[in-house]
Write a protein that binds this ligand. Structure first.
Ligand code: ADP
Ligand code: ADP
Length: 235
C-alpha cells in the first residue's frame, strides 16, 4: 500500500509556478528517487510534502488522512509521520546544544516520549539506531564529523516515528566513503522500519544504487517515470 500519494499537485511562489500538476505515490519499504536539474522543483515538492509550503492545487494524502487540509486536531499526528532530512544537518543543529538534545527535543515535541528521562533514553537509542555511539549524545555538533552530524539529522527525523522519510540531497555534502555509509543506513532503515522514502538527489550514480523507482522532473513537470533499471537503460 502507498504511504503517501501526490495527485496533480501545483506549487507556486507568488506568480512563479515551480511545480505543475505532479502525481506520484510512495509505498512502504520503497525508495522513490526524485531527480532533475537544479531548479526543476524537487525541493519545493519535498518541502510541501513535509507541510512547510501549501500547494496551490491538487492533493497530498497520507494513508492516515489528507495532508493538504488536515483538521486542526489531526494535523500534529499526521505531520510527524512525514519527516524531512536536509542536505546539511549542520545548519539546522543548534551549535550550543548537545546533539542528544537535538534528538530529545522532537521526542518531547511530538509526544512520542512522555517524560524527560524517557526522552533522554530514547534519544540514546535513536543515536544507536543510526549506527553511532550513544555516548556522542553529550557532544556539541562541532565535535562530530559531517557524516556523524548527518546521521544525527536522520535520528532526529526518526524521533517522530515517521512512516515517510524525505531525504533531500542528504549525501551531497559528504565525502564518497561517508556517502556510502549513509546510503547503507538509509537502505537498512527503510527495510527495518518499512519506511516510504522519497530520495532527492542530482547524483545519478547514487540514485542508481539505491532507488527502486525514479521520477524525472524538468521545469516542474514529470518527464519520465519508472523502475530504476528502465529509466537508466540506454535508449
Ligand atoms: P530543485 O530542488 O529541483 O533545485 P527548487 O524546488 O529549489 O528546485 O526550485 C524550483 C523553482 O522554484 C525554481 O525555478 C526556483 O527558482 C523557484 N524557487 C525556489 N524557491 C523559491 C522561492 N523561495 N521564491 C521564489 N522562487 C523559488
Ligand atoms: P525543553 O527542553 O525546552 O523542555 P522539549 O524537550 O519539550 O523542550 O522539546 C520541545 C521543542 O521542540 C520545542 O520547544 C520546539 O522548539 C521544538 N520543535 C519545534 N518544532 C519542532 C519540529 N517540527 N520538530 C521537532 N522539534 C520541534
Amino acid at each position: 500500500p502507498e504511504a503517501v500519494a501526490v495527485r496533480d499537485v501545483t506549487i507556486d511562489y507568488g506568480s512563479t509556478r515551480a511545480v505543475h500538476g505532479v502525481s506520484f505515490q510512495v509505498r512502504r519499504g520503497e525508495i522513490l528517487a526524485l531527480v532533475g536539474e537544479s531548479g526543476s522543483g524537487k525541493s519545493t515538492l519535498a518541502w510541501s510534502l513535509a507541510g512547510l509550503r501549501a500547494p496551490s492545487g491538487g492533493t497530498m494524502t497520507h494513508e492516515a488522512g489528507d495532508l493538504t487540509r488536515p483538521s486542526r486536531r489531526r494535523a500534529p499526528s499526521l505531520r510527524r509521520k512525514i519527516q524531512l532530512v536536509f542536505q546539511n544537518a549542520d545548519t539546522s543543529l543548534n551549535p550550543r546544544r548537545s546533539v542528544g538534545d537535538a534528538v530529545r527535543r522532537p521526542l518531547r515535541f511530538f509526544g512520542t516520549a512522555a517524560t524527560r528521562p524517557e526522552a533522554a533514553a530514547r534519544a540514546r537509542q535513536l543515536i544507536a539506531d543510526v549506527r553511532l555511539d550513544p555516548d556522542l549524545a553529550d557532544r556539541l555538533p562541532a565535535q562530530l564529523s559531517g557524516g556523524q552530524r548527518q546521521r544525527i539529522g536522520i535520528a532526529r527525523a526518526l524521533a517522530g516515528e515517521p512512516d515517510v522519510l524525505i531525504a533531500d540531497e542528504i549525501t551531497t555534502a559528504l565525502d564518497v566513503s561517508v556517502q556510502a555509509e549513509v546510503l547503507r543506513l538509509l537502505d537498512d532503515l527503510r527495510r527495518e522500519r518499512r519506511l516510504a522514502c522519497l530520495f532527492i538527489s542530482h547524483d545519478l550514480a547514487v540514485v542508481r544504487g539505491i532507488a527502486d523507482r525514479v521520477i524525472v522532473l524538468r521545469d516542474g513537470v514529470v518527464v519520465e517515470e519508472g523502475p530504476t533499471e528502465e529509466v537508466f537503460a540506454a535508449p
